[in-house]
Design a protein around this ligand. Structure first.
Ligand code: GLU
Length: 284
């Protein structure tokens, strides 16, 4: 009898707790706000970025975040109703981006995420907000100057990236391609001599080359091997968020906040970026 009473009390407590959660308690899933999927403000928003790309998306040793993608994401989140301290950044590596959106781990992704037809079947893209180009990073004394010099050499790129796909299909099908999870691992391989070149977007490579610990050691080949139109990824079908992000990106450019973010983040790497793209203008 006594036991039964305890169970009933516990059951009531559980029901109350569940009701409280359902009625607006934030479970931190990025869908904050009482209507579950709102982008018009709430407690927290989860945003996917890279953690190991200096100048674009970097987690600093003190736990803060820096880079162009971080600044774009912060601006966009503000337009969606979230202050900087309401953003929870989540690492989304190249190969994880589509799944992270599908699973709703994050509300949107700003992570050097190139728009292409294959990905657009799985996610929706706002933007583009930057045009980069695939390039090569080699040791300062390397004689690799063009894509075809790579055949027979060891090349590093990242699993799930357009850069790795382009190498296999077009740039150097006969190169020995090592695919790692992140670009920082490729750069370590270049420094140690385990790989002869690293390939990905020039924006990313310039950021690494300018790091204090790598200064003078590497050079960019300066080849425009592809057009990489960076978009902001959202879950397939989330047109409400997509439209708000496109409006935010347009405002970021017209208010010159885009230009400021470019100077702050690409200036130190001496990266000569392309002008701000128009929303929906994808360079093939
Ligand atoms: N922008 C390219 C891509 O989306 C390469 C950089 C990256 O892996 O994020 O795949």
């Amino acid at each position: 009898m006594k036991l039964r009473k305890v169970s009933a009390a516990a059951a009531t407590a559980l029901v109350l707790a569940l009701t409280a959660t359902a009625c607006g308690g934030d479970n931190g899933d990025g869908d904050s706000g009482s209507d579950g999927g709102s982008t018009s403000g709430g407690d927290k928003i989860k945003v996917g970025i890279k953690y190991d790309q200096p100048g674009l998306g970097l987690k600093e040793p003190d736990g803060t975040f820096s880079g162009f993608d971080v600044d774009v994401a912060t601006y966009v989140a503000k337009e969606l109703g979230y202050e900087a301290d309401q953003i929870e950044f989540v690492e989304t590596k190249s190969a994880d981006r589509e799944n992270a959106l599908e699973r709703e781990d994050v509300k949107f992704i700003a992570a050097t995420y190139s728009i292409n037809d294959e990905r657009a079947k799985l996610v929706d893209f706002a933007g583009p907000y930057l045009l980069a180009h695939q390039d090569l990073l080699v040791k300062a004394d390397s004689d690799i100057t063009k894509g075809t010099d790579l055949n027979g050499k060891t090349l590093c790129s990242v699993t799930g990236s357009t850069s790795a796909e382009n190498v296999k299909k077009e740039i150097a099908p006969d190169a020995q391609l090592k695919e790692y999870g992140g670009y920082s691992e490729c750069i370590a391989g270049l420094q140690s001599g385990a790989v002869d070149a690293v390939t990905t977007d020039d924006s990313i490579l310039a950021g690494f080359a300018s790091q204090e610990n790598y200064k003078g050691q590497f050079k960019l080949a300066g080849l425009k091997l592809s057009n990489e139109n960076y978009g902001i990824g959202v879950k397939k079908g989330d047109t409400a968020t997509l439209d708000k992000i496109n409006a935010a990106l347009e405002k970021m450019v017209s208010e010159k906040a885009w230009e400021t973010a470019v100077k702050d983040n690409f200036g130190p790497a001496n990266y000569k970026n392309e002008p701000a793209p128009k929303i929906g203008d994808i360079v093939k």
